[in-house]
Each structure stands twice: as structure tokens, then as C-alpha cells.
Design a protein around this ligand. Sequence first.
Ligand code: ASP
Ligand code: MG
Length: 419
Amino acid sequence: MGLIVQKFGGTSVGSIERIEAVAERVCRTQADGHQVAVVLSAMGGETDRLLDLAHQIQPDPAPRELDMLLATGEQVSIALLCMALRRRGRQARSYTGAQAGIRTDAAHNRARIQTIDPAALRADLQAGRIAVVAGFQGADAASNITTLGRGGSDTSAVALAAALEADECQIYTDVDGVYTTDPRVCESAARLEQITFEEMLEMASQGARVLQIRAVEFAGKYRVPLRVLSSFTEGPGTLISLEKPNMEKPIVSGVAFNRDEAKISILQVPEKPGVAARILGAVAEANIEVDVIIQNTAHGASNDLSFTVHRNDVPRTLTALESIKAEVGFAAIEADDKIAKVSLVGVGMRSHAGVASKMFGTLAEEGINIQMISTSEIKIAVIIDERYLELAVRSIHSAFGLDAQGIDNAVQEQENERI
Ligand code: ASP
Ligand code: MG
């Protein structure tokens, strides 16, 4: 018998029918002998609807009032679920974030959880009651209602699981797990049985959007085993945990990608100390995050510097750079948003040489030019022409044996060996 936190997202509670299905799921978990705390999102589309109402009045509503409004979405779903549970003869109680003891800082619309006092929930669980908590919200020290930023109920669930010392935090969503890559781009993407927190963080920050990044960070920090599952189909989902217990670790776990970035190139930058610092400093001062950076080798007295920023930040980046152009003395600035980033992720890279060369070789075979490269211990990312994104993802996925077919074959080969 264990303590399980189950979180259901917007589509999972999108209608009365879906809420009834969630109630069934929660009852089954309790019937299996577990204590269950549930965290819910607002019914699908509800948060957007509320935002739209606010924006019909004002483009820029007061953050405190916006939180007051947005927090109502989750209150609807927790109350309805408790009714559905009670109709099934279960004892269940709903809690707003504040009632569940979730204390945040005062940063409305993007608050951070500071402490959780889980005493009330614990008492419920120990008495055999199901505690149903509104995700995405908390209260600051002055009891103002706060929200945690879009998608924040994943973070609520993980934080509650940490505070309750739950055995597992299960995130129910509309996909049945974390995939080796986006199945919409690569048909042979396979569901991963397991992935580490570190890998999941890289996958998420490189564009794989199954879970809120903050939730994964939180789970890693407090070592809360996370499981992503479908609320529509049965299955084991994907376990995200500290280490992969199976000995046979694959070298790579997945291929992530995004089209969110643009490349900024600064041409003929004078070759002298302090120049790159001045340029990137101007970008940082404008509060713009820089991702991949390359500097070409000098030809003569100058070189070219390129880096990527989020596409939305291009106009502000150009303004920041124009303002130092004369002072730094570079020739021109170019912006290219027809690029894409493809990243190969896996903790096994740490102990295996040759991963990068295999990845680059695969791209070369397809005639895809690599414009920029960035690496970490467990990731290799390349910037390429956006036109080749899908081809790049599919060929890398297959070169590293990630294709669903490939996994089946591998299992088959092992079986054959045994016979
Ligand atoms: N309802 C909130 C949103 O749509 C929080 C969540 O679903 O996680 O962002
Ligand atoms: Mg969500």
C-alpha cells in the first residue's frame, strides 16, 4: 500500500463524461489499497476562455484580479470530481490551493511555491478520504490567490507529492507516455518505459512538451518518481526517475526538436578582446536569452559571430545590437528564422564516444548542412535549415536504433539467441 498523487490535465477533465472516467480511475487506485490525492487542471479550454473574458475588458488586467479569475477554473473541476466520487460511495473532499496549504511568493500570474503544509490532506488520506486539490494555484503570505503560470498544475502535483512523500506522482494526460520523438513527425517513435529526470529536462527544454519543465525540475530535486500516463487508455506509461534500473542502458533516449529559434549573425566583428562580451552583454541587458553561440575563426582583422534567440525576441535583439553597432564597429547584422534545432539526448553519451560523429555522419548522408552545434554532457544539438527538420529527425531516430520497429527487432534477436 502506498500514497499516490494523481494529476489529470484539462482534456482529461474536459467534460462530465471525462470527469466520470477520472472518478473511476481514482476509485480503482484506492481499491488497489492506495491512499490517493488528486490534483486537477481546469476543464479543457476553460483557462483560455477566462483569459479571453478578461481581455475583452482590458488588454492588460491587474495581475491580482487575473489570478482571482483564472483560479476559478480549477475550482469547478475539483468540486465536480468530488461529487462524482461521492456518488460512487467514496469519501472525498476538494481543496483550493490555499486550503491545501500551498503557500507561494507574491508574484501574481507566475508565482513560485515556497512551502506546503500538507496536514489537512494527510488527515484526510489517513481517514480513507480522497483529497482533491485545485492545481495551478496557491496563496501568498497575505492570503491573496496566486497562480503558477500556464501549465502550472503539473508543478502543483509534483510539489504536493514531495510534501506528502508520495510513492509516485502520476501525471495523466492525452498521450500514453514520453516518446523517443514526436510521433507526428516520425511514425516509428516509440514510448519509453523509463527516462531519467536529467534526460526529461533536456528533452523538455529542447522542445518535447509533455510536462512543464518546472515540474520535472521539482521532481528531480525532491526525487519524486513521476509517471506520465494516458487517461484515455490503459498502460504503464513512462516512468521518470533518478536512474534507469535496467542494466542495458540505451546510449540515447530520444530526439527532440524545435522551430522556436532564430539565428542572428553579426558580420565582420573586429578581432579584439572584449567584443563578444560587449555584444552578448547588450543582448543580456535587454533580458533576451541566448542559446547556441558560434564564432568563426578570424580572417584578417575580423570574424563573424552568430547566436540563436527565441523567434519572438528577434526585433528586440536587433534593436539592442543596432544601438552598439557604431561603438563596436561591426559591419552588419543578419537574422534568419528559417532554422530548426534538433537535439539528441541520452545519459549514455557520458560513457560512449562517437555519438556526435555518428549523428553528424547521418546528417551528412542526407545532405543536411549543420549550421551550428552545441553540446552538453547528455545532449548534442544542431541548428539546420528548417526545411530539413523532419528528414533530420527521422534519420537520426533510425540511425540510433530508436525506431519502434528497431526495438521489436532487438527484442526478437535476443529471443532468438535464447532459443
Ligand atoms: N489550467 C491552467 C492552464 O491551462 C493550468 C494547467 O492546466 O496546468 O494553464
Ligand atoms: Mg497541462
